[in-house]
Design a binder for this molecule. Structure first.
Ligand SMILES: [Zn+2]
Length: 65
C-alpha cells in the first residue's frame, strides 16, 4: 500500500531542477501516490537534507511525503 504523497515545495520547474535539488539516488525509496494523477511514484531521490522525493512524469512535478 502506497502512502498519499504531497507536491514538493517549492515547485520545481523541470525534472532537471528537481534532479539538482535531489542529487542522491535512493533505490530503496518508498512509493507515494501522486496527489495529481493518483498514480504510484517511486521516491528514488534524496536531497542533501535527507528529504526523499520522486518525479511524476505525467504531472511533470515533484512528489514527496
Ligand atoms: Zn501525477
Amino acid at each position: 500500500m502506497s502512502l498519499p504523497g504531497q507536491w514538493l515545495q517549492p515547485r520545481h520547474g523541470s525534472k532537471e531542477a528537481f534532479d539538482k535539488d535531489f542529487p542522491t539516488l535512493d533505490v530503496k525509496g518508498a512509493e507515494a501516490l501522486c496527489p495529481g494523477c493518483k498514480e504510484r511514484v517511486k521516491l528514488t531521490r534524496k536531497s542533501p537534507a535527507g528529504k526523499t522525493g520522486g518525479w511524476c512524469a505525467k504531472c511533470n512535478r515533484g512528489v514527496g511525503l
